[in-house]
Ligand binder design. Structure first.
Ligand SMILES: Nc1ncnc2c1ncn2[C@@H]1O[C@H](COP(=O)(O)OP(=O)(O)OP(=O)(O)O)[C@@H](O)[C@H]1O
Ligand SMILES: [Mg+2]
Length: 378
């Protein structure tokens, strides 16, 4: 080895990357220490032999070999490949090939440099994994935030309902006494009146006042604060008393109410106030779905086999489109004009029914009305 060759060998032996130079026949004419050490061979025995055999244990040039491509194209090549290393593990290798040309521009030799970048790759993969994990966390956080926001809004709505309830109950209290007085005086008047015509009129006043009192008592019952107390209740009484509060609304909207109650229903352990809230929400939705009037059907039935009790609530209104079906129990989903619906009614219904270990499901087709089935355990 002459002085310049020895100088080159010493210089390139000091580099950690594997370096070799091959001729057109893929014969190694130079190899540094890192490359020969990697395959555990003496560099002297490798000179003059095929690179694919000495370095990669192959009997023919490697597939997609950068050296072969550098010879073909006369251009620098780069690639990343993986292979099973001498330790039996998967290694990522980065390969470069630089062509050396003669005066005419023909590629005479190629310098190949390759290095193991497994550690860098693993680090990159780890970083990618961390990035994905972080993205997931951010999404979870965003979801939790949305949920919190929706709960806050529900709370606001509930507070609003509570203050309306308070207002209604104080109003009912205020009206109760004068109505009782009117009713008492009507009775006194009736005792003194002989004329049948007059008597009839006073009796009509008395009847109407009693009706007002009944409505007000129902309103008071409904607005009375409930601490989510469950008591054995007669479900039909609950339904009837809340319906009596909205009866006049149904009449105004030309809606006929059809009740079919199953008398076999035993008393149920429920929070009466909440069940009434469910019925009220469903009635309000039905009224909105029947702008030209129509029919509302409420049916109750016991399913002894399923040990459950069903309330079937049906209207023949505008119905719910397939597109909207999946959203109707979601918070703030409403198809009503601004100021008319908050999109919380059905969500509240669902939460109440779930709290009673029950289920509320929808059956609806556009133009064919809407049917809700509430299932409560017996
Ligand atoms: N009986 C029904 N017929 C047709 N559509 C209905 C019926 N009940 C509910 N919907 C649809 O489901 C949506 C959600 O109902 P939900 O009761 O939750 O909210 P809302 O009635 O819009 O507002 P609010 O909070 O005042 O009740 C309604 O906007 C409506 O599109
Ligand atoms: Mg509603």
């Amino acid at each position: 080895m002459d002085v310049s060759a020895r100088f080159l060998q010493t210089a390139l032996d000091g580099i950690d990357d594997c370096i070799n130079i091959v001729d057109k026949k893929f014969q190694i004419i130079f190899i540094n220490e890192a490359a020969s050490k990697r395959v555990g061979k003496n560099w002297r025995t490798m000179l003059g032999n095929k690179c694919y055999a000495q370095l990669w244990g192959k009997s023919a040039p490697c597939e997609n070999c950068v050296t072969g491509k550098a010879f073909e194209t006369g251009k620098t090549q780069q690639t990343i490949k993986w292979e099973i290393g001498p330790d039996g593990k998967k290694h990522f290798m980065e390969h470069f090939a630089f062509p050396i040309t003669d005066k005419e521009g023909n590629v005479e030799y190629t310098v190949e440099i390759f290095r193991d970048i497994t550690e860098r790759k693993l680090l990159e993969e780890e970083r990618e994994q961390q990035r994905l994990e972080l993205g997931k966390r951010v999404r979870e956080l965003r979801h939790a935030y949305e949920e919190l926001k929706s709960l806050q809004n529900q709370l606001l709505q509930a507070e609003k309902m509570a203050s309306i309830g308070l207002l209604a109950s104080s109003l009912a209290h205020e009206l109760d006494t004068p109505l009782a007085t009117i009713s008492g005086y009507c009775e006194l008047l009736a005792e003194d009146i002989q004329d049948k015509n007059f008597l009839g009129r006073v009796k009509t006043i008395s009847e109407q006042v009693i009706k007002c009192q009944k409505t007000i008592r129902n309103l008071l019952d409904f607005s009375r604060k409930s601490n989510y107390e469950r008591k054995l209740c007669n479900i039909h009484q609950l339904i009837n008393s809340i319906l009596s509060l909205v009866e006049h609304r149904l009449i105004i909207h030309k809606i006929r109410l059809h009740k079919t109650f199953d008398d076999q229903i035993p008393p149920l352990l429920v929070d009466g106030n909440q069940i009434q809230q469910v019925i009220l929400n469903l009635v309000n939705n039905a009224v909105d779905a029947l702008p030209q009037g129509g029919d509302v059907f409420i049916e109750t039935r016991v399913n002894r086999e399923a040990k459950s009790f069903e309330i079937i609530f049906e209207d023949n209104g505008i119905g719910i489109s397939d597109e909207h079906r999946k959203y109707i129990f979601s918070p703030f989903f409403t198809t009503k004009e601004p100021g008319k619906g908050t999109g919380l009614g059905l969500l509240i219904c669902k939460n109440i029914i779930l709290a009673h270990n029950g289920k509320i499901t929808l059956e609806s087709r556009v133009g064919n009305g809407t049917k809700f089935v509430i299932l409560l355990p017996l």
